[in-house]
Design a binder for this molecule. Structure first.
Ligand code: PA5
Length: 457
């Protein structure tokens, strides 16, 4: 198995035999309803069987061809999107190419992510970064109307138009749009301007879409093997396909059952995603969106947080060890080392580190992980450990599928629809009213804001 779920560091936080039988049965029923499509939001399970099918799809070939074209011709690729249309690609890129990917990957375009903020400082910085460079755009939005993404797209498309003034074909061949197959402003614009298009599948929400064109095009542009990524996910799809009546047969279902156990029976309100690799920090961001948007509704759900150790042992480590006992940790580790870097021996041992001489940094990091897991579990913060052999495309693909499926089962366990996100709309209605968007609904909100908050709008 590419992934092992270990409870070695769960401390006293494991279910009794009776509790284990109970939560396993609940998780199995939730899993079955996911597989059979009898649960809430069943129409949005396109991601469930996608990895095993997609490599045979016509679009997959077009993605590889588009990536080749971008890699050959572009100095910079701007990926414009937010939330599920952004986090997965960046998470995979950093997990596999590292956080300095733009500096370390030679001969491939620099990749910058934008459209995920309204910060003018961020836009201006990016303007300076791409000035004088030949840049391409991959704009990604399922709805085609998300404000952050649309504003950034207009801004950077205008830069392209200024750069290639009077040459619309040069502009249009540098734009790739990933959006809904049938509707939306972005799709209409793409058709009008002959931009190449890729599809966000109708039956897949943004946060479950990283293994579709949404994530695969930018990931392929970074020179990462999307074939291996999909193979890893497809292998996980096969490994976790069957609901199991008891613990020990399906790690994905077991993980969902254990996090449900902490939530329901141990009254934990938070789950902390932890890793010991800075390159996995963005994966933690993707994890937070996946679980936060899927579970956080109807006053329910674990609040997802993330840390990168050992860095955060010197900030949040204190709280995790001794603060309010709100959480458990889900730790992702990799057993194999990549580089074999060692601590060197120093004559005189002035800094007292010679006891580490000859040890690899990987071994030292593994010791830090074990020590932390021991300390945290002793401090009543159970550690669930997901151990993968290697940090490569296959294993990251596997891990993505593992979390997606565990997340959907978890949603059903707490009786929410893991595939909708109505709550995200609430701030938008105020924002559009404040921004002066036209229409009777916006007028109504503006009137209420004037009356109740004395706002001059
Ligand atoms: O997971 C989701 O569905 C959301 O996070 C969306 O991906 C995000 O809001 C962006 O939406 P869109 O792709 O429509 O611009």
């Amino acid at each position: 198995m590419a992934l092992t779920l270990s409870t070695q560091f769960a401390g006293s936080g494991l279910p009794s035999e009776k509790e284990a039988a109970q939560v396993a049965a609940q998780a199995s029923a939730a899993h079955l309803s996911l597989e059979e499509g009898t649960g809430k939001g069943a129409g949005m399970r396109g991601w469930l069987r996608f990895p095993s099918q997609y490599q045979h799809a016509e679009e997959y070939g077009r993605i590889l061809a588009a990536a080749e074209e971008i890699r050959t011709n572009a100095e910079v690729l701007l990926v414009i999107g937010i939330g599920g249309s952004y986090l997965g690609a960046r998470a995979v890129l950093e997990a596999l190419a590292g956080q300095y990917y733009n500096e370390t990957r030679k001969g491939t375009p620099a990749i910058y992510f934008t459209g995920n903020t309204l910060s003018e400082g961020d836009f201006a910085e990016l303007d300076r970064l791409i000035a004088g460079r030949d840049f391409y755009i991959n704009v990604i939005s399922k709805s085609g109307k998300t404000l952050e993404c649309a504003v950034a797209f207009r801004h950077f498309k205008t830069l392209l138009e200024e750069k290639f003034s009077g040459q619309p074909d040069e502009v249009n061949r540098r734009i790739y749009a990933t959006t809904d197959a049938h509707k939306g402003t972005l799709l209409e614009n793409a058709k009008r301007n002959h931009w190449k298009t890729f599809v966000v599948p109708t039956d897949m929400g943004g946060r479950y879409s990283v293994l579709s064109a949404v994530g695969l095009l930018p990931i392929a542009c970074a020179g990462i093997s999307v074939g291996e990524l999909l193979q890893g996910a497809a292998a996980a799809q096969a490994a976790y396909a069957k609901p199991a009546a008891a613990f020990g047969k399906n790690a994905c279902q077991d993980y969902a059952a254990l996090r449900f156990y902490y939530y329901k029976y141990k009254h934990k309100s938070m789950e902390i995603f932890a890793s010991y690799e800075p390159g996995m920090s963005m994966f933690g961001e993707w994890f937070k969106q996946l679980f936060g948007e899927s579970e956080g509704k109807r006053g329910r759900g674990l609040f997802p947080a993330s840390v990168t150790f050992t860095t955060d042992l010197h900030s949040l480590g204190q709280y995790i060890q001794q603060g309010r006992r709100l959480f458990f940790e889900t730790v992702v580790t990799f057993t194999e080392q990549n580089n074999g870097l060692c601590v060197n021996e120093e004559p005189g041992d002035g800094d007292g580190l010679n006891y580490l001489a000859g040890k690899t940094l990987h071994e030292i990091n593994r010791c830090a992980f074990r020590a932390t897991a021991l300390a945290h579990s002793k401090g009543n913060c159970p550690n669930l450990v997901l151990e993968l052999e290697r940090r490569d495309a296959f294993h990251i693909g596997w891990l993505i599928y593992f979390f997606e499926k565990a997340c959907a089962i978890s949603g059903y366990l707490i009786s929410v629809n893991p595939f909708d996100q109505d709550g995200v709309e609430s701030y938008k209605k105020f924002m559009f009213a404040l921004l002066g968007k036209q229409g009777p609904d916006h007028d109504k909100v503006r009137a209420a804001l004037r009356k109740n908050y004395n706002l001059e709008i």
